[in-house]
Design a binder for this molecule. Structure first.
Ligand SMILES: *Cc1c(COP(=O)(O)O)cnc(C)c1O
Length: 387
């Protein structure tokens, strides 16, 4: 399927909606049945029909069709946030007495789900270094039902060899889930590498404008329908039609934004490589990175995140560098038009070290600004760093 077709036409049914060029926002909670027989049909086929917006809604449905096509899966289901999609995907695979193998250092709230939430319900979780696929095999037990991946992962952008991990999973009949948010649905398609459920925080690249939250799970029709009638309908983390519309609007420009972000990121990284104030750049797209060949093998292009380690041993200098930036915003989320930093030092208070990450690490997200504009901002902040 052509990418342009997916983003501009697929699922939109323009003829049904007055041939409107922009998709309609079907802002309704309810859909009426004309006869009791129709209602009987609706109740029996709730996963496929528009009956109640907590289940299905035409605007949300357009988004789901497009994301399933982008990820190359049969079906997809949208949620009100990325973490709702992560939680529903994970909960759909486990029950008390089961065992999960998860990568170390996933996204913060995925980590909470794995370390605190699942054990409360009798599910045991082992966290492994995902950069060696054999670690998944070694950690597996008779009751292992799920491998959870995030590639690249949060903050340190380490990769897992997706095809190797899914091969190990298939031998043991273990389900695999991946959080694909950092790669975007354009630059990595894990279902083609054997992953069962692909999750995105749509809040990030898919929305692309820092003005909406959403999540998505892509997978086989059978798996998605099972999630629909259990976790989706009972937990109720529904995506509103208006938010689905904002995500559809974001999708229209996804290839343009990703292409621009990829190029600018390469330019900013090249600049940072020459700075003595930068001790290290954590980014698998540098040829000297140990996972460079894996990045080239399983991703189509780089995206906009990397982390630098500042060349300093005082948190004061980290603070001064961060506070001196005038155009980079300091914020948690990413994927919008604006470039951001997220300093690990923000989790450090005097005498109270809350982070497992060194305070010298700063995560970057590169947005849509001109590279020269960003580099100028970094240059003046480096000059102020030493005080
Ligand atoms: C932001 C994020 C999430 C959570 O998504 P929300 O939309 O904020 O709920 C999950 N995974 C990754 C990798 C993220 O960056």
């Amino acid at each position: 399927m052509d990418l342009s077709y997916i983003l501009n036409e697929l699922g939109e049914n323009r003829a049904t909606y007055f041939n409107a060029v922009a998709p309609p926002i079907i802002q309704t909670s309810n859909f009426a049945c004309r006869t009791i027989d129709e209602m009987r049909y609706m109740l029996q086929h709730e996963a496929e029909v528009d009956f109640y917006t907590r289940g299905n809604n035409p605007t949300v449905d357009m988004l789901e069709k497009k994301l399933a096509a982008l990820e190359g899966t049969e079906h997809a289901i949208a949620f009100g946030s990325g973490i709702a999609a992560v939680s529903a995907a994970v909960l759909s695979q486990v029950k008390a007495g089961d065992h999960v193998v998860c990568i170390k250092k996933p996204y913060t709230w995925t980590n909470k789900l794995m370390r605190y939430f699942l054990p409360r319900y009798g599910v045991e979780v082992t966290m492994v270094d995902g950069s060696d696929a054999q670690n998944f095999a070694q950690a597996s037990k008779e009751n292992t039902v799920l491998y959870y991946l995030e590639s690249p992962n949060s903050f340190t952008f380490e990769l897992q060899d997706i095809a190797q991990v899914t091969a190990i999973a298939r031998e043991r009949n273990i389900c695999t889930i991946i959080d694909n948010s950092f790669a975007s649905p354009l630059y990595q398609n894990p279902a083609a590498m054997g992953v069962d459920l692909v999750v995105h925080s749509a809040t990030k690249y898919i929305g692309g404008h820092s003005d909406v939250m959403g999540g998505i799970i892509c997978g086989s029709r059978e798996r998605i329908n099972r999630i629909f009638s259990a976790e989706f309908m009972t937990l109720g983390a529904v995506l509103s039609p208006h938010d689905a519309w904002l995500l559809l609007r974001g999708l229209r420009t996804l290839p343009l934004r990703m292409d621009r972000i990829a190029k600018t990121t390469r330019q900013v990284v090249a600049y940072l490589q020459q700075k003595e104030q930068v001790a290290e750049i954590l980014w698998p797209f540098l040829p000297e990175h140990p996972q460079y060949y894996l990045a080239r093998k399983q991703m189509r292009n780089n995206t906009g995140q990397f982390t630098i380690r500042l060349n300093t041993d005082t948190i004061k200098e980290v603070d001064r560098f961060c506070d001196s930036l005038q155009h980079f915003l300091m914020a948690a989320s990413w994927g919008g038009h604006e470039s951001l930093i997220y300093p690990a030092a923000a989790s450090y208070k005097e005498g109270n070290y809350r982070s497992s990450l060194p305070f010298t690490l700063i995560r970057f997200y590169i947005g849509l600004e001109d590279p020269e504009y960003l580099i100028k901002d970094l240059e003046q902040a480096f000059l102020k760093m030493k005080g």
